[in-house]
Design a binder for this molecule. Structure first.
Ligand code: ATP
Ligand code: MG
Length: 239
């Protein structure tokens, strides 16, 4: 699937509605992600950013609308089949097992796609994790846990990575490292859809942005447009 400009679209979300029980959290979300992009979902607390990611990977019980991953509609697909289309999700809570060490955590996700990254290559890209190889999850800093959570999903072979608030709770120097990691992954051919509250960080890392407000896309813009539109963007984000 390609867009009007001929770029390959790896993710298309159209009219996405999502529900928790009787409560509707998403009211028709529309956006797309092209191959090789870093796209960021912004928006205030409770806007529907996490719910959008969860819907894409099949973790939301009730959803309506169309989601297309690498040209295939995922309507009605269970999460494990969606994962096999090459999409992986790193949740906000990171999901590192405290009782397992770094390497054991790394080995948890199954290789689902050709190109699943071998552990020695992961260590080459994340030398800090190699140093901490035998440290248990409990002994890792927040930054190390986040790196491990991102590194771990590379094992699956997914090329489209969904990252929910990767910088949350991290010190500025570690935030910088996460930014370098995301840029490094983009250079290596990964496509990234991330959710961020830290707009200063996101505006240096992402190529394009969608602002979610009350379960809809309220605004979209490209990085190059930020300087000219800063006042309007900050107003809508409540900054
Ligand atoms: N498990 C749940 N059960 C019921 N309602 C939920 C659940 N998770 C989220 N919601 C509601 O759905 C709406 C969207 O929540 P979501 O977590 O997607 O927001 P978000 O944009 O990720 O916010 P934040 O920036 O705080 O992470 C909110 O109104 C929230 O209260
Ligand atoms: Mg969230």
């Amino acid at each position: 699937m390609t867009d009007a400009a001929g770029a390959k679209v790896c993710l298309q979300v159209q009219g996405l509605e999502g529900f928790y029980g009787e409560t509707q959290a998403l009211h028709g979300v529309d956006f797309e992600v092209r191959e090789g992009e870093v796209v960021c979902l912004l928006g205030r607390n409770g806007a529907g950013k996490t719910t959008s990611l969860r819907a894409i990977v099949g973790l939301l019980q009730r959803r309506r609308g169309t989601i297309t991953v690498n040209g295939q509609s995922t309507t009605g697909m269970p999460a494990e089949r969606i994962a096999r289309l090459g999409v992986a999700y790193c949740p906000e809570e990171r999901g590192i097992f405290a009782s397992l060490n770094v390497e054991e955590n790394l080995l948890l996700p199954p290789v689902l796609m050709p190109g699943g990254m071998p552990v020695d290559e992961i260590y080459r890209l994340f030398p800090n994790l190699l140093q901490r190889r035998t440290s248990p999850g409990t002994k890792l800093s927040g930054g190390e846990q986040q790196m491990l959570a991102i590194a771990r999903i590379l094992r699956t072979g997914a090329k489209l990575l969904l990252l929910d608030e990767p910088t949350e709770g991290l010190a500025p120097v570690i935030v910088e490292k996460i930014g370098e990691t995301i840029r490094m992954l983009q250079k290596r051919g990964f496509t990234i859809l991330m959710v961020e509250q830290n707009f200063r960080f996101a505006s240096r890392v992402a190529d394009r942005f969608y602002v979610i407000e009350e379960g809809r896309v309220a605004m979209q813009f490209e990085r190059d447009a930020i300087a000219a539109d800063r006042a309007r963007i900050e107003a809508i984000l409540g900054l």
